[in-house]
Design a protein around this ligand. Structure first.
Ligand code: ASP
Length: 437
């Protein structure tokens, strides 16, 4: 029988009502055999996440400030869920033990991981699935990196013995048994690891949106949902700011050719977005999505016969390297090159960098354009379809948006345009309208 691994994010397990939805989803399909929950997330805007409270408890102990009140909030939340669902599990002793350990100075990773641990116990009880503590299967090496090989072996071995199980997300353990968490949002990674190890047919990632949208809904009203997207397209879109999944979650399943299905716990009939490996199964003559980011600076450098000076580009890049500033894009012409820098890394170094380029590279001109926004229009269809680029540029021109920079990556699934920050929202809308409306 096919196996599905289903991971439920924080909002999907935020309260008893959400747990009921999870139960209905899991029990509706018997191939949903391995379930990975996050810790309870926000129930409404302004609510708190259990993981955040746990980090706060740890910080209180570090500063010798009492954390009882904070812990009570955590306790009430869990006990409320157990109570409302009429579960048989006795959670009090677990809560007591955890509180005691935190009070005695337990590590930050142990403390934070208890959010998932407790939720795993609750969900296993609700579903009548076996609870499996990931500390015995998900292993980290002495540098804190996931030991992928050992982990795969252990997860495979352990889960083979259990037809159905709940495995809390977000953490595992070091070789000495110390609990270690992934970075924030890391339950996605746990789900992906489990899916790979059991050779799942699909890795379902249940959250509070029905997959990916073609554009940011804060900019475009009611953007269309993306039905299918390749891993590569997703990578391009998420680099530009469209995030639903933890970045590292993609690798284990991608490697194994397992698709990820992003689904909405609050709208289970919606099929969500399928992230697949194979571009051939997307027969699209249009784009897949649009994403963008503000706050870039472009340094435009011009030098006659630039291509004859074979060390020119290297010297520019080494100046950025010495200043620890990464380069985001490097569009170039015959006698010019532009360096696109994310402002987050610029840290008042701009004048110094420009001065050094002037002195060391002797360009004919160098100009700086701050306040740039980059917009990526992504889609495999672009390679096969004539006129996609024309449509993109025409849409922007029709709306009077000045394109300051164009970069088509060599992957040919992506055209990036640079516009002034003030034009950002207007440009995203124009591109969307050009392709969709
Ligand atoms: N609970 C953890 C966090 O808030 C991990 C997760 O939800 O994936 O970051």
């Amino acid at each position: 029988m096919d196996i599905k691994v289903a991971k439920f994010g924080g909002s999907s397990v935020a309260d008893a009502n959400q747990f009921r939805k999870v139960r209905d989803i899991v029990l509706a399909d018997e191939s949903r055999r391995y379930i990975v929950p996050s810790a309870p997330g926000k129930r409404y805007g302004g609510d708190y996440k259990i993981t955040d409270l746990l980090y706060l408890c740890h910080a209180h102990v570090q500063h010798s400030v009492p954390f009882d009140q904070m812990f009570d909030m955590i306790r009430d939340r869990y006990l409320g869920i157990v109570d409302e669902l009429n579960l048989t599990i006795e959670l009090e002793p677990y809560l007591e033990e955890i509180k005691e350990k935190i009070a005695k100075g337990a590590s930050v990773d142990y403390t934070a991981s208890r959010g998932e641990y407790l939720n795993g116990l609750i969900l296993a009880n609700l579903l009548d699935y076996t609870f499996i503590d990931p500390k015995d299967m998900i292993l980290f090496d002495e540098f804190g990196a996931l030991d992928a090989e050992k982990t795969k072996e252990l997860v495979e071995k352990c889960l083979m013995e259990h037809k159905c199980a709940v495995i809390p997300g977000f953490y595992g353990a070091m070789a000495n048994g110390d609990i270690k968490t992934f970075s924030r949002g890391g339950s996605d990674i746990t789900g992906s690891i489990v899916a790979q190890a059991v050779g799942a047919k699909v890795y379902e990632n249940w959250t509070d949106v029905s997959g990916f949208l073609m554009a940011d809904p804060r900019i475009v009203e009611n953007p269309k949902q993306i039905e299918k997207i390749t891993y590569q397209e997703l990578r391009e879109l998420s680099y530009m700011g469209a995030t639903v999944l933890h970045e590292e979650a993609v690798f284990p399943v991608r490697e194994a050719g397992i698709p990820i299905n992003v689904r909405n716990t609050n709208e289970p009939d919606n099929r969500g977005t399928m992230i697949i490996r194979d571009k051939e199964s997307i027969h699209s003559d249009t784009i897949t999505g649009i994403a963008g980011r503000k706050d870039f600076t472009v340094i435009a450098i011009q030098k006659n016969r630039m291509n004859a000076d074979i060390s020119f580009v290297r010297r520019i890049l080494s100046i950025l390297e010495v200043n620890s500033v990464p380069v985001e894009h490097l569009p170039s012409g015959i006698d010019n090159i532009s360096i696109v820098i994310d402002d987050a890394y610029l840290d008042n170094k701009l004048n110094k960098i420009v001065k050094e380029i002037r002195e060391q590279c002797k360009p004919d001109s160098i100009e700086v354009y701050p306040n740039m926004a980059l917009i990526a229009t992504v889609g495999h269809g672009m390679v096969y379809t004539r006129g996609v680029a024309a449509k993109l540029f025409a849409s922007l021109a029709e709306d009077n948006i000045n394109i300051r920079m164009i970069d088509q990556g060599s992957s040919e699934i992506n055209i990036i345009v640079g516009v002034e920050t003030n034009d950002f929202e207007k440009a995203v809308q124009a591109i969307y309208d050009g392709f969709v409306e």
